[in-house]
Design a protein. Structure first.
Length: 110
């Protein structure tokens, strides 16, 4: 498991990452997507499991789903489960907001 730290304080992270938008985040040689909802953060693979379209260009639903812009497949941000469409689930990454910044945990086989 690799741990990445975004920002250097909790306050900086909250200022740096506005709510209700999909952010593209570079972690080393990996790109992930990140959504903030109040003080909760949802990190997930940036490319759609269906055909690889960038989910950073997608949209968010009021049901905690990210919607792919290509074929409108929907994925639950909390579990990664595909809700509309037929493909694999979305890979999600645990996060933890601390006084030192936002930790993002990515398994080594990513
Ligand atoms: S590429 Fe995302 S739904 Fe088809």
């Amino acid at each position: 498991m690799k741990t990445f730290l975004l920002g250097s304080t909790k306050r900086q992270v909250l200022e740096m990452i506005p709510e209700c938008r999909i952010h593209k985040i570079n972690l080393g040689d990996q790109v992930i997507a990140l959504v903030r909802s109040q003080e909760n953060f949802h990190a997930f693979q940036a490319d759609c499991p269906h055909r690889g379209t960038s989910l950073v260009e997608g949209s968010l639903s009021s049901e905690h789903e990210v919607i792919c812009p290509s074929h409108q497949y929907r994925f639950n941000l909390l579990t990664g489960e595909v809700k509309v469409g037929s493909c694999g689930d979305l890979e999600i990454y645990p996060t933890e907001l601390t006084q030192e910044g936002l930790k993002v945990f990515i398994s080594n086989d990513q």
